[in-house]
Structures are given as structure tokens and as C-alpha cells.
Design a protein around this ligand. Structure first.
Ligand SMILES: Cc1cc2nc3c(=O)[nH]c(=O)nc-3n(C[C@H](O)[C@H](O)[C@H](O)COP(=O)(O)O)c2cc1C
Ligand code: SF4
Length: 603
């Protein structure tokens, strides 16, 4: 074990803060994390064993028990489902003779689901040993089962299966950019930090990760904040976790505009006085790592990274990439910082905010990938130019990840202020009855709202735009989202941990035809509780899709309701059905409750 472990620990400088990266590397080598490896890692890093196991147990892509040599995970986002992912998963399980969620007897394969893989424009998709396969079809599934049964190494599978397209459908200020790497950084250096902050202020750029906080205020606060302890430093973190179902714009920026992303990080670093940038990449996008690392190496060689940037002494900036391990909550900025520090991704209590106490206790700016690209544009073209695009409160453009019932799914860039109806027309959504904007934690718009506008002052968005045609069942859409939140809740606070599970149960009960008005009332109660009492944004928004669809698509719920009174989730009489069949008895005394009365016997 030590022979395997030591080089990995050494590569990470024996740093306990690198625990997550170390666990990922050890798992890469051993296929899972045996108890002995956890003990050895704890010893080598001088950490309590429980801490190591706690981290390993938190992330869904880390395994404490043996898993199949081929680990197949179907993307379970609603748009993948609409494209037939559930049927394809059944087909693969049948072909391989295995049950979902179990490892096959010889340890060859396991098949299960995972939350959205960010391939909604080319789904249905799955991950096999962490690599994304797109555009699944029945034929492709049959071929995959043959490849697995023949134990063909992943490297020899048809390259076409792993093809990921950008699907750029509408370009505007950002996607039209083509300038040499480092251009924005050079512009920021020429301006100087204070002048760059002034341009950011003039631009009125607001964060593209969801909350829409003004970027200049964040940067200025981090620049003015005092560092902590002996090793004063500041950090820039690029949030490339992109876990919101239906969002895939950051994937495209990282794959085709990486220099713009790194330029944006460098501009932020130079402006706030940071020496280091950290890109937190969701593990579903790990296939981008080689290209991103090669890009960083090129930048280092050309003097765009490292010491004396652009030949100027004293201007140093490095960028590292950290990989996530399958936890949506790590997109929340303070949970992301915990994860970067090698801990469980549990959101921090705030204040203090990351701008004053962030990564390793130092002032840290956390920005979304798209926000940083926009900052690079502002460095080159200036704040006034940027403020001239979009609307007064929502300047610039916005990338939308469009998927669902549309003719041309993909990435569309619009100036803020575009109407929902215009977007629907452009992507060929002829019969839309609803649009889920900004993913499950966003807002569900019905037809009567299609004249509304994409902008912080009307319909804000982190980028997802999922379209549902008239033939879709909006109850099932909401049920999928309810299960997503219940699965992704980090469990730190009781309202969210329990509330998300209760909502998912209520939705299942209604789906099974055992729901009543009582369950609807319960959902409304839990919605209020989650909003008021959850520790972070995940819990606060977890009930939004159910609440929205209940208000806007109520018939989808009501036609499933059995009665307007309370109906228990567990039907004792129904549960005895199997026993009655086995004993061949169906007289009144073999029934309970109402069924017994109907058979003419008191309960
Ligand atoms: C549960 C949850 C998940 C989030 N996921 C992401 C994400 O994947 N990417 C992102 O940029 N922001 C995400 N955010 C928002 C971040 O916390 C943070 O606001 C953002 O990274 C700030 O960057 P910006 O100012 O550039 O928007 C998430 C927030 C919550 C509550
Ligand atoms: S609201 Fe949910 S995700 Fe957020 S801290 Fe609480 S349990 Fe974790």
C-alpha cells in the first residue's frame, strides 16, 4: 500500500488540504478506497481516520466498497428522461443480466443513475468510469453491452461514443471573441488595478452563477480585505462545478474558450492582488483536464502564468485545477471552498464571507466561469462598452443552455432583456407549455409568462433553459426535481435533510395514486419551512419547482389525487395481498379497514 500511496502523497506535497485530490488519485489506482488505504492516508497526512472516511463517504464518485470494473451511470436529469434514458437503462440492465444499483456477481459491471451530467443538448447521456457518452440509442446500448461483456478497455471503445459537441447556436459579444491568449491580461496590467476596478464598476457586471452579485463589489472587498496569519495571500476561485440540471454553458466555455477563462482569472488575480487562482472542475467534466492542463502549460511557457507576468517583475500568478467528486452542493461557494480544502462540501456559516475569510482563511473571490470571461471582455473593451449591452440593471449578454422539446438544443448568447418568447422561437420550440429557467432551483414559467424577459429585474437565470412541450407531464418534471434535491442535500441542517426527503415522498405517494389534498397542504407547509429555515441556497430553493408547478399546472396534480382527505402512504390491506394469494384466502376476515367493511366484516 505504501508503495502506491507515497508517490501520490508526495505529488500533493503531503498537504492535508489536498485530501480530496489524494483520495481521487488513490481510487484511480485501486478502483475503490479500501479501509486499509484510508488508514494509510490518515497516517501519512496526520489526520484523524474518521476525517478521511468522512470525506470519502461524502462524495458520490468516491467508493468505499468494490464497484464494477465498468461503472455505468445514466444521467437522470428530466431532459435525459424525456429522451428515453430510463428505458435505455432497463435495456442495458437486461442485456447485462444485472439489477440496477447492484454490482454483477463477477464484479464486471454496475449500472445506476447520477444527477445531470451536463450533456442535455446531446442526451441521453451516461458516464462510464467517469467518461461521458452522449447521444445514446438502443443500438448504442446494445453495442455497449457487448463491449462490456467482451471486457474491451474503454480506450478501445469507438471514439465517436465520447464525442461532445459545443452546439453553439447564437453568438454575441462573448462567443464572437477571438483574440490572442493574454490580451485581456495585458490590458488589465496596462490599466493598473484601481483603474480596472473602475472599469468593472462602470460595466455593472453581475455574477453569472445565479445570485447576480455585483462583481466589482466582490473584487473591491477582497482587494481591501486584510489577509489572515503569517502567509498573507489572496485567491481567485473559478467555480466550474456547473451541477444545476439543464446547465452546460460552462462546459462549452472551458472546452472552446479556455484562454478567455484563464485570462479572466488572471485579470481578477491582478486586480485583487491574488497570487493564485484555483479552478474547481466538476468531475463529470474531467475529460477536459488534459486540454486544460496543456493550455496552462502553454501559458506558462509564454510568460502568461507564473512569475513576472508579461515580463513585469513582482506580478506573479499561478493557476491550479482541482477536481470535484460528484456533489452538487459543492457549487455553493462556501461548500466549494471546504471541498477545495479537502473537506466534506458542507456550506459554511456566513458571515464571514469568502471575500474576507475564504480559501485557507484568506480573502478569496469566487466567480462563475462565464463571469470571468465577461471580466476579460471588460478588460479589453472597457466598462462603458459592456454597460451599453443588455439592460440598465442587467448589463452585457447571457449564455443560455437550451434543452428539452426544441429543434436545436445548444448554447445561445443574447443581450440581457431578450423575451422568453423570442428565445423559444429561435430554438424551434413550437408547442411549449412551460420553460424551467435556471434549473430546478430557478423558476417554472407557464405560457402566460412567455412575454417576460431574461434579466435580473424580471427572470434571472444562471443559464439553464429547459423547454417542455404540451405533451409533457409537469407533475413528473417536478417529481424528478424533488428527487434531485433530496439526493443532493448535504444533510447538514435538519429542515433541508428531512424536508427534501418528505417532499420527494409526497410526490411519490401522489404518483402512486395514494395522494390527497392533505399531501398538497403538506408540500406548501414544507415549502415555507425550507425557505425560512434552510442553511444554504439548496434547501431554500428545493421546493421551488413543486411550488411553481402546483400553482401553474395544478390539474397535473389533481387528476392523481385519490381524495381530498388524508390517505396514509402505507396501505395495510394492500400489503397483505401477497399473503392472501399465497394462502388462497380472500374472505372478509383476511382484510383490514375499509376493505374489510366492504367484504362485510368489522375491522
Ligand atoms: C446549491 C448551490 C449550487 C450552486 N452551484 C453553482 C455552480 O455550479 N456554479 C456557479 O458558478 N455558482 C453556483 N452557485 C452560486 C455560487 O454559490 C456563487 O454565488 C457563485 O459561484 C458566485 O459567482 P458569480 O458572482 O460569478 O456568479 C450555487 C449556489 C448554490 C446555493
Ligand atoms: S440547506 Fe441542505 S444543502 Fe444546504 S447546508 Fe442545509 S442540508 Fe446542506
Amino acid at each position: 500500500m505504501d508503495e502506491l500511496l507515497q508517490p501520490i502523497i508526495d505529488r500533493h506535497g503531503g498537504d492535508p488540504g489536498q485530501l480530496l485530490q489524494i483520495l481521487l488519485a488513490v481510487q484511480d489506482a485501486l478502483a475503490y478506497l479500501p479501509a486499509a488505504a484510508l488508514t494509510a492516508i490518515a497516517r501519512a497526512l496526520k489526520l484523524p481516520r474518521a476525517r478521511v472516511e468522512g470525506v470519502a463517504g461524502f462524495y458520490s464518485f468516491l467508493h468505499l466498497a468494490p464497484v464494477g470494473r465498468y461503472r455505468v451511470l445514466f444521467s437522470d436529469n428530466i431532459t435525459d428522461r424525456m429522451l428515453g434514458s430510463a428505458e435505455l437503462m432497463d435495456r442495458l440492465c437486461n442485456r447485462l443480466w444485472i439489477e440496477r444499483g447492484k454490482v454483477s456477481e463477477e464484479g464486471l459491471v454496475s449500472v445506476d443513475t447520477t444527477s445531470c451530467t451536463g450533456m442535455c443538448d446531446q442526451g441521453p447521456a451516461l458516464l462510464v468510469n467517469g467518461r461521458a457518452l452522449t447521444r445514446l440509442s438502443a443500438e448504442r446500448i446494445d453495442r455497449i453491452s457487448e463491449l462490456i461483456r467482451a471486457k474491451v478497455p474503454l480506450a478501445d471503445w469507438p471514439e465517436e461514443y465520447f464525442r461532445v459537441d459545443d452546439n453553439l447556436r447564437r453568438r454575441d459579444a462573448l462567443l464572437n471573441v477571438s483574440w490572442p491568449a493574454g490580451e485581456a491580461m495585458r490590458a488589465a496590467i496596462a490599466r493598473g488595478a484601481e483603474a480596472m476596478l473602475a472599469e468593472m464598476k462602470a460595466s455593472n457586471l453581475r455574477g453569472r452563477g445565479g445570485a447576480g452579485f455585483t462583481t466589482q463589489v466582490k473584487w473591491e472587498s477582497a482587494r481591501r480585505a486584510e489577509g489572515q496569519g503569517e502567509h498573507l495571500s489572496r485567491y481567485v476561485v473559478c467555480n466550474a462545478d456547473e451541477g444545476e440540471p439543464g446547465t452546460f454553458k460552462d462546459r462549452v466555455l472551458l472546452s472552446s474558450y479556455a484562454d478567455l477563462v484563464f485570462d479572466g482569472m488572471s485579470v481578477a488575480g491582478l486586480t485583487i492582488g491574488a497570487g493564485k487562482g484555483l479552478l474547481y472542475l466538476r468531475s463529470e467534466y474531467a475529460y477536459l483536464l488534459p486540454a486544460l492542463r496543456a493550455n496552462l502549460a502553454r501559458r506558462r511557457q509564454s510568460g502568461l502564468l507564473g512569475q513576472s507576468l508579461c515580463g513585469q517583475a513582482g506580478r506573479d500568478f499561478e493557476i491550479d485545477i482541482h477536481l470535484g467528486a460528484g456533489a452538487y452542493v459543492c457549487g455553493e461557494e462556501s461548500a466549494l471552498l471546504e471541498s477545495l480544502e479537502g473537506k466534506r462540501g458542507v456550506p459554511r456559516i456566513r458571515p464571514p464571507f469568502p471575500v474576507s475569510v475564504g480559501y485557507r482563511g484568506q480573502p478569496t473571490v469566487v466567480n462563475n466561469v462565464e463571469t470571468l470571461c465577461k471580466a476579460a471582455l471588460i478588460a479589453v473593451h472597457g466598462g462603458a462598452w459592456f454597460a451599453g449591452l443588455g439592460t440598465k440593471q442587467s448589463t452585457g449578454t447571457k449564455l443560455l443552455s437550451i434543452s428539452g422539446d426544441v429543434e436545436t438544443p445548444g448554447i445561445y448568447e443574447y443581450p440581457f432583456g431578450v423575451s422568453v418568447a423570442q428565445v423559444l422561437k429561435d430554438c424551434g420550440a413550437g408547442n411549449a407549455q412551460a420553460v424551467q429557467v435556471s434549473g430546478p432551483s430557478g423558476i417554472c414559467l407557464g405560457m402566460h409568462e412567455f412575454s417576460r424577459h431574461i434579466a435580473f429585474e424580471d427572470v434571472p437565470t444562471a443559464g439553464a433553459f429547459m423547454v417542455f412541450g404540451a405533451h409533457r407531464d409537469m407533475f413528473e418534471v417536478a417529481r424528478n426535481f424533488a428527487h434531485f434535491f433530496a439526493h443532493e442535500s448535504c444533510g447538514f441542517c435538519t429542515p433541508c435533510r428531512v424536508g427534501t426527503a418528505l417532499v420527494a415522498n409526497c410526490m411519490d405517494k401522489i404518483a402512486d395514486g395514494r395522494g390527497s389534498q392533505y399531501d398538497i397542504n403538506e408540500i406548501f407547509k414544507i415549502h415555507r419551512l425550507l425557505h425560512a429555515a434552510s442553511h444554504c441556497g439548496l434547501g431554500q430553493s428545493a421546493c421551488n419547482p413543486v411550488f411553481d408547478t402546483l400553482n401553474k399546472f395544478r390539474p397535473a396534480y389533481e387528476r392523481r389525487l385519490r381524495s381530498l382527505d388524508f390517505v396514509p402512504a402505507f396501505d395495510l390491506d394492500q400489503a397483505l395481498d401477497a399473503a392472501r394469494q399465497m394462502t388462497g384466502r380472500d374472505d372478509a376476515a383476511a382484510h383490514f379497514g375499509l376493505a374489510a367493511r366492504m367484504k362485510g366484516c368489522a375491522p
